[in-house]
Design a protein around this ligand. Structure first.
Ligand code: ACO
Length: 362
């Protein structure tokens, strides 16, 4: 049996293909390069097509998302002190679990709207600020940033968030998406799939890595420190956050899409150039050291490395990064749950019992 189910095929999907040898991600027939400049609304329309009755075009999806955001704002009244004291991702999970557990397009918009509204609201409550109401006339990414800061973001900042949400919207049968499909296979509703998937996403080996990437950059401090810091971390047996991937044996294509967005922000002055220079030095040092130390296991940059810089520059606190990831990936989870439901057979694998047998009666 392969540990970690590596190389086990557990589903057929029309949604996305991850080619780990060539470093390619295809989402419903489009390469990530083609999609990285599009709006999140366009990619939701792409992912949902055929999985609900009468999926609207991207403008209709934009209206559905706006309605979902507006409905979700009522849920921010439930953010009490106990939730404020939880990590943001955990607080979002509690609030998502309160939504009706249905299977239709309205339920999908409610979940996507809630993912977008609750995270900025919890971040603001943690800072002692009141949540900002969504504005239906704004695009999804622009509105998320407006709910975070209370102001209207620049086009470059909103475009960077669109690039991020599109880049992480779907990615084959990763741990959280598999979780969403397992739950959907029991005929539980979309809300159950999304809450379970978010629980899988939050671990540091999956979607919880970008916060620790920033901790690493802070620990390193200056480009001159990179080699010594990384060598010491690897000597201790630590893993470098933002490097390595189960499928990719070359550079994660999402890292390039995000690095390009970060570069655009740097050109606009939205990112401190010394921060960007530090990240590039750490990337180069880590790749050289990992290649020398692990010659048989190619370890390259993954999606989380430049995610960390991008989300930091947009003003999200690092402890909330996983919840921001979920704003994008919820689209993929929902599409996979619906795809699973279309051709469903209960997912129920087997295990091999290696424990003791009952002793035979004397
Ligand atoms: N730093 C140092 N060494 C590493 C790293 C890393 N980031 N990743 C893997 N390795 C090493 C392992 O220690 C192991 O070495 P060994 O054979 O000498 O014991 C070898 O590479 C193979 O590692 P596996 O655990 O088999 O790799 P796996 O495919 O299970 O792990 C994973 C993939 C979890 C992403 C891993 O690379 C990792 O922990 N990376 C750091 C965390 C991270 O960036 N997570 C985000 C992933 S992207 C996403 O999910 C959205």
């Amino acid at each position: 049996m392969e540990s970690g189910l590596e190389d086990v095929v557990a589903a057929e999907t029309v949604l996305s293909d991850v080619d780990g040898k060539r470093g390619e991600l295809i989402i419903r027939g489009f390469s990530l390069d083609e999609l990285a400049g599009r709006r999140f609304e366009d990619v939701v329309a792409l992912l949902f097509g055929g999985f609900f009755d009468a999926v609207p075009d991207a403008d209709g999806i934009a209206r559905g998302l706006a309605a979902g955001r507006q409905r979700a704002f009522a849920e921010t009244a439930a953010i009490d002190d106990r939730l404020v004291n939880l990590p943001t991702t955990d607080a979002v999970r509690v609030l998502l679990a309160r939504l009706p557990d249905a299977d239709d397009l309205d339920a999908a918009f409610a979940l996507l709207g809630a993912a977008a509204v609750l995270t900025p609201a919890i971040i603001r409550r943690k800072a002692g600020l009141a949540p900002v109401a969504p504005r239906p006339e704004l695009g999804h990414s622009t509105d998320i940033l407006s709910m975070l800061t209370g102001g209207v973001p620049s086009a470059v900042a909103a475009g960077a968030l669109d690039t991020y949400l599109v880049t992480v919207a779907d990615h084959g049968l990763n741990a959280s998406t598999f979780t969403a499909r397992v739950v959907a296979s029991t005929r539980a509703g979309l809300g159950s799939s999304v809450v379970a998937a978010l629980s899988a996403l939050k671990g540091p080996l999956h979607g919880g890595a970008p916060g620790p990437v920033l901790d690493m950059l802070d620990g390193i401090g200056t480009p001159e420190n990179a080699v010594a810091w990384i060598e010491a971390a690897l000597d201790r047996g630590d893993r470098l956050m933002g490097f390595g991937h189960r499928i990719y044996r070359v550079r994660d294509p999402r890292a390039d899409a995000l690095k390009a967005a970060v570069r655009r922000m740097a050109a606009e002055g939205d990112i401190d150039p010394t921060r960007f220079a530090l990240a590039e030095s750490v990337e180069a040092a880590a790749l050289a050291i990992l290649t020398r130390r692990k010659p048989d296991r190619p370890l390259d940059v993954n999606v989380e490395f430049y995610t960390a810089l991008l989300l930091e520059a947009l003003g999200f606190p690092r402890e909330a990064f996983t919840a921001v990831f979920a704003m994008g990936r919820t689209a993929g989870w929902i599409a996979h749950a619906r795809e699973q439901a279309q051709t469903n057979r209960l997912i129920r694998p087997q295990s091999i019992y290696v424990g003791p047998r009952p002793r035979a009666a004397a």
